[in-house]
Unconditional design. Structure first.
Ligand code: SF4
Ligand code: SF4
Ligand code: FES
Ligand code: FES
Lengths: 898, 167
């Protein structure tokens, strides 16, 4: 349809409001309370425009553009004098109490309030009375609170409470003393609290970890990157100054993380700056262990010529580094640095996804699902942003139903919330020990993995009676299955979420059978299988056997092992890892942080972290994403693993040049060697890319202090960082001045829009796809005509064993393990590791909450936590927290009282 | 005062909750807060609000957000006589500022404060829907309208007399 803005015609999309239409048309119209993910409530009155009846109407009426839908032919005035005056007045009111403390405010330079104030033209303060002031609260180590800066837009509570489901932040009081905060000082409880810093258009909520080494946005060197803390692969922008990583903010991706991140992803970046970094090549057992690269290469060429060379790949290293290792040691000697159980389960997932009979669900698919079944996955703790997407599915389904009833537009949040009240869309959350999304689920089941699988198969049977029924199932289980099946049958686009966290292959197969039973001739049902690490899928697609398989070979002795970015002690039980090392005569480790594995290495090589590296990763859904280096570390020895491995390859093969070993050449080589990776290089902006012959600058044009920032070291200006080889990006503010391709923008900025909300200028419409969007590189393809092959293998019902327990991992939402816990603030929020037992089992063992017990073969005693709805016969042990031990998850263990 | 409804108050509480559908007991929050305010000395302490939260099976923060919003709930102890003077536009145009200042001067308290003898509290509130009779205030369950300094004097006098008689 066509709308007229200031008498000029524009194309607009039906179902949008006038504000969205104006922004989509590229018009600068100020707003505060509206947010593309939160919709409109008309609270701030900043977005006023005039709406005219027809061409002749000169009077018009003033409306809030965010509260009025587009109509074909509607005529609106943005630049109209009364509308402008009204907007100017609104901002003037809002600013009466604002402290005007931009110079000391962390939001300054990326502040929506600053941008909007300038945009409305309010530049002179007439109010000269006393301002109201508030007491700020302590909200924990992640988020800073400075209430005086508030302009009462209500975005924070609408995000935290309504969108993310947090119940400890709220709004109090009324008129000019409304207060946004907690009921008392204390740590914000939601693991999605960090988004407050971006949702709040002012400096009330800001990133407290950034405060520790504060830098303005315009002084950061930034690059498009990808979160490495779980298998979702949320898109991030990371910023550096003075050689330290300063912060991570959301980088919009329509199909993955939208406008948000979880706290693990946002705050878990400090490991890059850790004291514990490996910065220098070491050869242990020498007089002086630190060696030059020459000495290192010399030593390596001797070691690499050993007979039994094996390479251990990593689920948290890039595709490029894993591939470079595989090429160096040979495909037959390349192993995945994970347990056999994990390798088996991931292989199973790869197998079902490659079949193409199901659709691989993105977070956006999940958000738009009208029924979600979480089968066995502890998604809150293993893939936090996926849990947030599941929540949106439940909320949006109810909202869509309500909106349809009264034909309300989807953006009309206030009206829809009123109508929806507490209704939710269908969610069945079936887990071992429950999770915070239980409270929005219609069906919650807490059961042991085998019984979860049985419930899954029962649902599949209800959906299609060609599938087997459960033998001797109890009535309650069947009832639940019927309830779930009925909801699924009514839904139009359901998603089944499952994964590895309950360490059970039957669960994975049952999830497949449910989804496949829903398939029909028109469309594919969607599944999402959560994996343990950011590149678990990439590694799995390489089809390498697990590290435990090395023992299969009878002559697995005197090996020379090359271990890539991997602490084996985090993936294998200690005894297994010890056994592995005892069979190695030489260990070469490449890693960024010292850990138990690097301790064992004779040769230790400093590897770059995500912030210092380029690389590709494949997320849980098979989406390949590329990240670009933010900076080059000053410790000149730190390099991307694939660089080191390429050099080794040259040394080993006596190749005199590095031809064929640049990043894109490596990816091309991988595509040829392993056709599953076909197309992966499309995920990366070609290193030869330029715009009018210019680089994309990593620094905003206002970047300051360049000539003097290192004057304490040398008064002459330092040479700007320079990439080895070509790159589409430059490390300075020089280069192309216009908008870079949105998919690879190092940061979002647009004239007049300094805050992250400038992303609108890169989108086709607010909250929509990027302009010139390049389709995602998806490695799994829906095969339309292919019929699914059902598994149908229903496990026996679980029977608890005498004196033995099934051991399962209990993950924590803030800890992906070693890396995120290097952020002090996050580490301070991690609970003490513990052992979770059912009430009956605790009584049986004669232990109570807090008593210490030892789970064999673990070596440390851990405190007991009694769980009221955990099944008997299962024990959950904290996993991923610093210092926790690894078990043969899914195995039977003995418990001993201390 | 211990924070616990007596039998009669509990009956009233149950009646209020029963007005709303099963599981929507939070809807009774406003009248229950009034009941609590009446029952526990004319104001809502944190303890009383927590008690209400517990009775309605909701989080305390859900009670605080509501109680702090409405000027009808007193979050500090109040005197025997509570002057709730409207300060919204129409009353203000008709001189509510002067009335507020006069009462304050006369009783030697500022808005929000209580006289030392615990007799009077002065509070400013938002429009009470009696703009046609501005300036006005609420005293107990009654509106006092077209306020003037003389009327204020009379009201204060009246309260003092009532207090003397009732003790
Ligand atoms: S704290 Fe921020 S988000 Fe919340 S109402 Fe104030 S300005 Fe808006
Ligand atoms: S940890 Fe996972 S969910 Fe959280 S931001 Fe990173 S990729 Fe996204
Ligand atoms: S953005 Fe329209 S009223 Fe706030
Ligand atoms: S303004 Fe005072 S009663 Fe309405």
């Amino acid at each position: 349809m066509t709308i007229y803005i200031d008498n000029k015609p524009y194309e607009a999309k039906a179902g949008k409001n006038l504000l969205e239409a104006c922004l989509a048309a590229g018009i600068n119209l100020p707003y505060f309370c509206w947010h593309p993910s939160l919709g409109s409530v008309g609270a701030c009155r900043q977005c006023a425009v005039k709406v005219f009846k027809d061409e002749k109407d000169t009077q018009g009426r003033l409306v809030m553009s965010c509260m009025e839908g587009v109509r074909d032919g509607v005529r609106i005035g943005v630049e109209e004098a009364t509308a402008k005056a009204f907007r100017e007045q609104v901002i003037e009111w809002m600013m009466t109490n604002h402290p005007h403390d931009c110079p000391v405010c962390d939001e300054g330079g990326s502040c929506h309030l600053q941008d909007m104030t300038v945009m409305t033209g309010h530049d002179y303060r007439r109010y000269h009375y006393k301002k109201r002031t508030y007491k700020n609260q302590y909200l924990g180590p992640l988020i800073n609170h400075e209430m005086n800066r508030c302009i009462q837009c209500y975005r924070c509570v609408r995000y935290y409470h309504d969108y993310a489901g947090g119940d400890d932040l709220n709004v109090f009081a009324a008129h000019n003393h409304v207060y946004f905060g907690r009921d008392k000082d204390g740590v914000l409880q939601s693991p999605f609290s960090g988004n407050l810093a971006e949702v709040c258009p002012t400096g009330v909520f800001t990133d407290k970890t950034l405060k520790e080494h504060y830098t303005r946005k315009w002084d950061l060197t930034m690059a498009p990157s990808v979160c490495t803390h779980c298998s979702v692969g949320c898109n991030i922008t990371a910023g550096e100054r003075y050689g330290k990583l300063r912060c991570v903010v959301n980088r919009y991706n329509e199909e993955v993380n939208g406008y948000f991140l979880c706290d693990r992803g946002r705050f878990g970046y400090e490991f890059v700056n850790s004291e514990n970094r490996v910065t220098q090549p070491l050869i242990r057992g020498r007089m002086s262990e630190a060696v030059s690269e020459e000495e290192l290469m010399h030593e390596l060429s001797v070691l690499l010529s050993q007979q039994k060379l094996v390479g251990i790949g990593s689920a948290r290293a890039s595709l490029e580094s894993n591939f470079a290792l595989r090429q160096l040691v040979g495909a037959g000697n390349f192993y995945a640095g994970i347990s056999e159980t994990e390798a088996y389960l991931t292989r199973l997932i790869v197998q079902v996804m490659q079949e193409g009979t199901l659709h691989s669900a993105s977070l956006k698919d999940i958000e738009q699902a009208d029924a979600v079944i979480v089968l066995g996955e502890d998604v809150w703790n293993t893939a936090p942003m996926m849990a947030l997407a599941v929540r949106q599915a439940a909320m949006k389904t109810a909202a869509n139903n309500a909106a349809a009833q009264l034909s309300l537009p989807a953006w009309h949040d206030a009206a829809i919330k009123e109508l929806v009240q507490t209704d939710k869309g269908f969610l069945a959350n079936i887990t071992v020990a429950g999770s915070p999304i239980d409270n929005i689920a219609q069906v919650t089941v807490h059961a042991v993995p085998d019984d979860i699988a049985r419930l899954g198969f029962a649902v599949a049977h209800e959906l299609s009676n060609t599938l087997p029924a459960l033998a001797n199932a109890d009535e309650k289980l069947l009832q639940t299955a019927r309830q779930i099946a009925a909801a699924l049958q009514q839904s139009k686009h359901p998603v089944i979420v499952s994964g590895l966290s309950c360490v059970n292959s039957a669960v994975i197969r049952a999830a497949f059978d449910i989804a496949a039973a829903l398939n029909n001739t028109h469309w594919k049902a969607s599944v999402a299988y959560v994996l343990p690490e950011c590149n678990s899928m990439g590694l799995a697609l390489m089809q390498a056997p697990s590290a435990e398989r090395i023992f299969d070979s009878s002559n697995a002795n005197d090996m020379t092992a090359l271990i890539l970015e991997n602490d084996l002690y985090r993936y294998l039980p200690q005894a297994t890892a010890d056994a592995f090392f005892s069979r190695c005569s030489n260990v070469i480790a490449l890693d960024s942080i010292h850990n138990n594995t690097t301790e064992k290495a004779q040769v230790l090589i400093p590897a770059a972290t995500f912030a210092e590296a380029d690389g590709s990763m494949v997320n849980y859904e098979g989406r390949t994403q590329h990240y670009y280096k933010v900076f080059i570390p000053k410790e000149g020895h730190i390099k991307e693993s694939f660089h080191w491995l390429n050099s080794m390859r040259i040394a080993k093969n006596n190749r005199s040049n590095g031809h064929g070993l640049s990043l894109d050449e490596l990816l091309h080589e991988a595509e040829i060697e392993m056709p599953v990776f076909e197309g992966v290089h499309d995920a990366m902006l070609s290193p030869h890319y330029s715009i009018h012959g210019e680089h994309i600058p990593r620094e905003p044009h206002r970047y300051s202090g360049r000539t003097a920032m290192y004057a304490n070291l040398n008064v002459s200006e330092q040479k700007p960082l320079q990439e080895e080889g070509e790159s589409a990006f430059g490390f300075t503010m020089e280069g192309f001045k216009g908008q870079p391709p949105a998919d690879a923008a190092p940061f979002f900025w647009s004239p007049g829009w300094n805050s992250g909300q400038s992303v609108t200028k890169y989108q086709q419409e607010p909250g929509g796809a990027f302009k010139g969007h390049i389709p995602a590189v998806q490695l799994f393809h829906d095969k339309v005509d292919k019929a699914p092959v059902f598994f149908k293998d229903i496990p026996e019902a679980f029977v608890a064993r005498k004196q033995k327990w099934l051991v399962l991992p209990q993950y924590h939402v803030l800890a992906s393990g070693e890396l995120s816990s290097y952020t002090k603030a996050l580490a301070s929020l991690l609970p003490e590791a513990c052992v979770v037992l059912s009430e009956t089992d605790a009584a049986l063992l004669g232990v109570r909450d807090g008593d210490k017990i030892r789970v064999h073969p673990g070596t440390t005693a851990l405190p007991v936590k009694v769980h009221l709805s955990l099944a008997n016969g299962v024990v959950l042990i904290s996993a991923g927290l610093p210092g926790t031990e690894v078990y043969n998850w899914g195995d039977w263990v003995k418990i001993e009282k201390e | 005062m211990s924070v616990q409804f007596n039998e009669k108050q509990l009956t009233e509480f149950n009646r209020l909750v029963a007005r709303y559908p099963e599981g929507k007991q939070k809807s009774a929050l406003l009248p229950v807060l009034h009941l609590a305010q009446e029952s526990f000395g004319g104001w809502l302490s944190a303890e009383s609000m927590d008690y209400v939260a517990e009775l309605l099976r909701i989080e305390p923060i859900e009670v605080y957000e509501v109680a702090t919003f409405y000027s009808m709930y007193n979050l500090q102890p109040v005197g025997k006589y509570l002057f709730e003077v409207c300060q919204t536009g129409p009353c203000m145009l008709r001189g509510s500022d002067d009335i507020i200042a006069y009462i304050g001067e006369k009783l030697n308290i500022k808005p929000g404060q209580t006289t030392e003898d615990g007799m009077f509290t002065l509070k400013t509130v938002e429009c009470l829907g009696a703009c046609g009779y501005a300036p006005m205030m609420q005293l107990g369950k009654h509106y006092r309208e077209h306020l003037t300094k003389e009327k204020v004097d009379a009201i204060i006098e009246e309260c003092r007399n009532n207090a003397a008689v009732n003790n």
